[in-house]
Design a protein around this ligand. Structure first.
Ligand code: XMP
Length: 305
């Protein structure tokens, strides 16, 4: 485990030494990794750091408001509403890797504009140790701002939490007094809800996935999962009143893991599962059924795409 009493001041000093008198930007994702990286960098260089949060429309329920509250103390914070541009870019696209690529590219476009505008010489990133391993292993094209150095000519990239595991980043978040919600929040993939709706990304599917993810996170909190999520995985027949309907199938997943590289599906009691089912179908008339995923990783991945 990381010794936060020494890690935090050392990280702040290192960031300050690296960036000197220059300006820096960081992309805030709402997750704990970039939040901690931003908080450390802000301690080091104050408002010469511009934290940029791009609202892709693929975020969790309430995420944008939470970012606004948590980072309110940073005067340089920028919140960009890019929902329509992301949905437009994703229209008609069904291939998972193609979706990731488009999201990554659109993200870079949004972020590049802000980075150029702030005269930033340095890019701060919340890359953690498992991200580096998975990217090097080529398992998935992880969405982060890794492609940015090619389009914006940064003098350097600063990754203050690059040697930490997720649970260590959480320790640091608590040490920094970051909002409990941020410190404890489950990991969330860069491409957001786009990897929790199979096939084309539409407003309707996103709405179902967003509400279902919220219900699942809420109901399963006491199980302390590494990640609990819900995904829209297809359509199936159901009944509403006297009619047969063709509605969405929502798959609920809850896993234990240390670093996301392997994971175990959690055993959840029946009553809780039924409550989840009833809240998800109750929230949206177009959901025909809710299923629970019992597959470990491997052979499944944690996300659905
Ligand atoms: P998988 O689905 O590969 O997920 O078992 C492992 C961990 O990584 C997260 N994940 C992603 N994170 N960009 C990210 O930043 C991605 O494209 C991505 N895909 C998966 C996932 O939520 C889990 O924590």
């Amino acid at each position: 485990m990381v010794d936060t009493d020494t890690f935090v001041p050392e990280a702040i000093t290192e960031i300050g030494d690296e960036i000197g008198d220059a300006n820096a930007v960081i992309a805030l994702s709402g997750g704990v990794d970039s939040s901690v990286a931003a908080a450390l960098a802000y301690e080091a260089i104050g408002d010469r750091l511009t934290p940029v949060y791009v609202d892709t429309g693929l975020m969790r329920k309430g995420e944008t408001d939470q970012i606004r509250e948590t980072f309110d103390y940073m005067e340089s914070l920028r919140i960009i509403d890019a929902k329509d541009r992301f949905l437009e870019a994703l229209a008609g696209v069904t291939d998972p890797e193609e979706k990731r690529k488009i999201i990554g590219e659109q993200f870079i476009r949004e972020f590049e504009r802000e980075a150029t505008d702030t005269d930033a010489d340095y890019l701060v990133q919340g890359t953690i140790y498992p991200d580096r391993i998975e990217s090097e292993g080529g398992i998935k094209s992880h969405h982060n701002v890794g492609g940015l150095p090619e389009v914006v000519d940064f003098d350097g990239i600063v990754e203050p939490v690059r040697d930490l595991y997720k649970d260590e980043v959480r320790e640091v978040a608590r040490h920094l007094g970051l909002d409990e919600l941020v410190a404890e929040r489950m990991p969330f993939p860069g491409p957001g809800l786009a990897v929790r709706v199979i096939g084309e990304v539409t407003d309707e599917k996103l709405e179902v996935a967003r509400e279902a993810c919220h219900v699942v996170e809420d109901e399963l909190e006491e199980y302390e999962p590494w990640q609990a999520l819900a995904a829209v995985i297809g359509k199936a027949t159901g009944v509403k009143g006297d009619n047969r309907v063709h509605g969405w199938v929502v798959s609920v997943r809850s896993v234990e893991s240390r670093d996301g590289m392997t994971a175990r599906a959690q055993e959840i009691d029946w009553e809780t599962l039924q409550r989840i089912q009833s809240r998800i179908t109750g929230a949206n008339d177009n959901v025909a059924r809710v299923v629970y995923d019992v597959t470990h990783k491997p052979p499944a991945t944690i996300e659905y795409e």
